[in-house]
Ligand binder design. Structure first.
Ligand code: DC
Length: 233
């Protein structure tokens, strides 16, 4: 299916869902198919968490972390290397594409994402990026808060067991020394914080299309979304 065949494409597409539900992989594939840009906003929160650790900022110090979020420079560019990365992530001029995926970052990123000032700084940047349109934006609060007017919203879900299994295989593939039980526990912990926070919690927008990918491959999900796009025409 190519872009020419599709009419009435949405200005922007919002994809939300819990950690490791495949949002980034699926969002990137859809964006490539329809010639849109793709922005995984989780990267931005990861960049703040990573930089806080790097600068020795205590992640419990809301004021310092918020100040960091207001001054950090994050560039998300098309992947320059074929090492499995989906994007190049440049933080204050340095490539940290893989560092933002480290276990230490996983352990604190949800805590950092709770701070309203951090969210405000990231949301402003995300809205600015989306102004031009033709973007697939991925996150937790895109359909509800960042782009509530997005004319296509998808909520991608999967059970914690399936998500953990997928993440575990990915981590092993990168040579990380991980244990499945730890991955399950880490995802449960992040789900709890992401869904329970007061500001912009993880939840499906009322007008989101729900997709449960437990029994679907990546390509089946992409095909499903492409059919939805085709139907709009
Ligand atoms: O999608 P991810 O696992 O890379 O996201 C990392 C964290 O960033 C996630 O635990 C919560 C936070 N996040 C958020 O609060 N809002 C978003 N729009 C995207 C991510």
């Amino acid at each position: 299916m190519c872009e020419q065949k599709l009419h009435n494409l949405p200005k922007n597409i919002a994809i939300d869902g819990p950690a490791a539900s495949g949002k980034s992989t699926i969002g990137t594939l859809i964006a490539n198919k329809i010639g849109y840009m793709c922005l995984d906003t989780g990267i931005m929160y990861r960049a703040v968490a990573f930089q806080a650790l790097k600068e020795g900022i205590n992640v419990d110090d809301e004021e310092q972390v918020t100040k960091l979020a207001e001054r950090i420079e994050i560039d998300i560019l098309p992947a320059s290397s074929r090492d499995g990365r989906q994007f190049d992530v440049i933080i204050n001029g340095e490539d940290h594409s893989w560092d933002i995926r480290a276990t230490a970052v996983n352990a604190v990123v949800s805590e950092v994402s709770v701070y309203p000032g951090v969210r405000q700084a990231m949301t402003l940047q995300q809205r600015k990026i989306a102004e031009k349109g033709k973007i697939v934006m991925i996150g937790r609060d895109i359909g509800t808060v960042v782009l509530p007017d997005a004319d296509m919203k998808i909520y991608l879900d999967a059970s914690v067991e399936v998500r953990a299994q997928r993440r575990y295989i990915e981590d092993l593939g990168r040579g990380e020394d991980v244990c499945l039980e730890d991955v399950v526990n880490s995802l449960r912990h992040r789900d709890e914080i992401d869904s329970g926070r007061a500001v912009a919690p993880l939840k499906a927008a009322e007008d989101a299309i729900m997709i449960d990918s437990d029994r679907m491959t990546v390509y089946e999900v992409v095909e499903h979304v492409m059919k939805l796009l085709e139907k709009r025409g």
